[in-house]
Design a protein around this ligand. Structure first.
Ligand SMILES: Cc1cc2nc3c(=O)[nH]c(=O)nc-3n(C[C@H](O)[C@H](O)[C@H](O)COP(=O)(O)O)c2cc1C
Length: 245
């Protein structure tokens, strides 16, 4: 296995960081890796906002529902859907942008944001840094918009905390790969057994790692029984991302 694959196979989210800063060289390499990542139609409708100021990171941590590791890690990068940029480009040609009002447009931008996130994860981990993605910034998207001074037609979709690892952890097990990889056609016949087995595996993992509050995977899914971040739709709409086409 080559080094890139080894790094990807070793991924685990880190929630304990030292106060050692991430060097400019490392940070630039991580951001430049994402900058080279593909985007749909080369639209480049993604922007990153790098937050290093401790007080501002503390505010992000608070907006994300009190996630201490966001304040602790020296770097936080917000991945922003940026239809403001594309609107300026399109306006130059006299055309009017509609994509930002569509589910297709939001989906495309979310995919491109995910590619940026994944690229930065591999880049940071390849430098020996720890990371944790932060979807919690969608808990109070208006607060993030205000903090980052985001204009209309933009939306803070997800973030990434990056820093030097203080306390490493055992990798979290995954459900069996047979419930993930489908060859030629989709086949859900093994799902129930895989879920039962994974619920047990995850409980053993929590127990091994002293997490008395750990729950089985199926119980972990409780947030999916409601709209987890209900502010996303109204705030995205106020930003002009109507999602109604
Ligand atoms: C898009 C996305 C958003 C996430 N948001 C958060 C978050 O707000 N806070 C957090 O502590 N972890 C967050 N995570 C990390 C997941 O909880 C983690 O990836 C998952 O439990 C699997 O664990 P692992 O990454 O250690 O393998 C997020 C992960 C992803 C991919």
């Amino acid at each position: 296995m080559n080094e890139t694959l080894k790094i990807q196979q070793r991924h685990r989210s880190i929630r304990s960081y030292t106060d050692q800063p991430v060097s400019d060289e490392m940070l630039n390499a991580i951001v430049e890796a994402a900058h080279r990542a593909p985007t749909s139609m080369n639209a480049q409708e993604i922007s990153l906002v790098v937050v290093r100021d401790a007080e501002r990171r503390a505010r992000v941590a608070e907006l994300a529902g009190g996630q201490a590791w966001v304040a602790q890690a020296p770097v936080f990068i917000a991945i922003v859907i940026d239809f403001h940029k594309t609107e300026l480009g399109l306006r130059k040609t006299g055309a009017t942008q509609v994509a930002h009002e569509s589910m297709e447009g939001f989906g495309v931008a979310a995919v491109d944001a995910g590619i940026a996130l994944g690229t930065m994860i591999t880049a940071a981990e390849s430098l020996g840094l720890g990371i944790v993605p932060i979807g919690g910034i969608r808990r109070n998207p208006q607060g993030m918009i205000d903090l980052l001074q985001l204009p209309p037609l933009t939306f803070p979709l997800v973030g990434l905390s990056i820093g030097h690892i203080a306390q490493d952890i055992e990798q979290k097990p995954r459900m069996d790969i047979s419930s993930y990889r489908h060859d030629e056609r989709y086949d859900a016949s093994g799902y129930s057994a895989a879920i039962d087995a994974y619920d047990e595996t995850l409980m053993e993992y929590w127990k091994r790692n002293g997490r008395a509050d750990g729950t089985p995977w199926s119980t972990n899914l409780a947030p999916l029984s409601r709209v987890y971040f209900p502010q996303v739709k109204p705030v995205a709409a106020m930003q002009g991302l109507l999602n109604d086409k």
